[in-house]
Design a protein around this ligand. Structure first.
Ligand SMILES: [Zn+2]
Length: 342
């Protein structure tokens, strides 16, 4: 059984970051937006960033072409079609409504568009997609509160949680504690990005940022979290709380969170007993895909079954769907893992 045919769960992918050059250019034309490239090759050159801030600049530039509900639906459908070919059975995807609303779209248009995509992904490709809208650090907490209220309204259309992304140094997570407490009250999972960088370029500690986020937002899962690997007290805290990490090796390399894949903290996290899933983060921007991230994780010592089971554990969907995902895992003829104790 090749890696491509294992059932897969992906809990860390930004829908806006899945859109390739062809679709981006098509949307730009349709919406009369100018992009600073005309071909896929030119786009990849633009994606050769220097650091995380450069990445954010490119992200803003390209995501700005998505302007209508139909654009968001198309993005979900196209990604579902792609991951179906990699054996994905469940995707929990982020999208960023706040930036779109700040540019004049209504919350309804953004949420309806993505939620229509959830329905289409299921009908056309048999892929279960669930959504976690996300705000970025630094934005007005009132807007995060509004996002949470809309997320609550769309729970029956596939929204299962809310996240926090962007530059961790922009502000402490505590600034949004009230909004995320309200999310928990609405039955939404809290899944922030934190601990993405073991050490930031300015020398500040990613572990401190992760610890602050864990305390302030009480998340059930953390996106990245690799900064915990060298902090035994933080690892203990995460194990006690049963926190699952969504790890994205290629993303960490491309944003220069790590210097090389050989230095990736995934093996340390696994040895410390932290359940880790694997995701692409922004596959079009980082020039990767789900099968490749699984292969990289296996190279780093993970086993496909462990990744899948961590995915089920970390998924924010309802218990009925979780049981179905578990049953898929149990009926899969997984290969024995070379590092398993005998
Ligand atoms: Zn991310």
């Amino acid at each position: 059984m090749s890696a491509a045919s294992f059932p897969k769960i992906e809990l860390h992918v930004h829908l806006e970051g899945t859109v390739g050059a062809t679709t981006l250019l098509e949307m730009a034309k349709r919406n009369a937006v100018r992009l600073p490239f005309d071909t896929a090759t030119e786009m990849q050159a633009l994606y050769d960033f220097r650091d995380f801030r450069d990445f954010v600049r490119v992200w803003i530039l390209t995501t700005n072409v998505m302007r209508r509900a139909g654009d968001f639906t198309q993005v979900v459908e196209e990604y579902a079609a792609r991951v179906a070919s990699f054996g994905a059975v469940y995707i929990e995807a982020c999208f960023s409504p706040v930036e779109r609303v700040m540019r004049g779209l209504s919350w309804e248009e953004v949420f309806e568009g993505y939620c229509d995509g959830v329905a289409a992904a299921s009908e056309r490709y048999g892929i279960v997609v669930r959504l976690t809208p996300e705000a970025y650090r630094g934005v007005d907490p009132q807007l995060v509160g509004e996002m949470v209220r809309y997320a609550g309204r769309y729970r029956d259309r596939g929204v299962v949680g809310v996240g926090l992304g962007g530059d961790e140094r922009a502000c402490p997570a505590a600034r949004y504690a009230a909004a995320f407490a309200a999310a928990r009250e609405l039955g939404l999972g809290v899944v922030p990005h934190a601990g993405e960088f073991p050490r930031f370029p300015d020398g500040s500690s990613g572990a401190d940022s992760l610890r602050e986020t864990l305390v302030a937002l009480q998340p059930v899962r953390v996106r990245h979290g690799i900064a915990a690997a060298d902090d035994p007290a933080l690892l203990d805290l995460m194990r006690d709380r049963g926190i699952v990490l969504d790890v994205c090796p290629t993303s960490n390399l491309r944003t220069r969170a790590i210097a090389s894949l050989a230095e990736h903290p995934l093996p340390k996290l696994l040895r410390a007993g932290i359940p880790c899933t694997v995701g692409t983060d922004d596959p079009a921007i980082f020039d990767t895909d789900l099968a490749r991230e699984y292969e990289l994780a296996v190279t780093l010592g993970a086993d496909p079954r462990g990744l899948y089971e961590a995915g089920v554990r970390g998924a924010l969907c309802d218990d009925g769907l979780k049981s179905r995902l578990l049953a898929i895992g149990e009926s899969t003829p997984w290969p024995s893992h070379p590092s398993e104790p005998t």
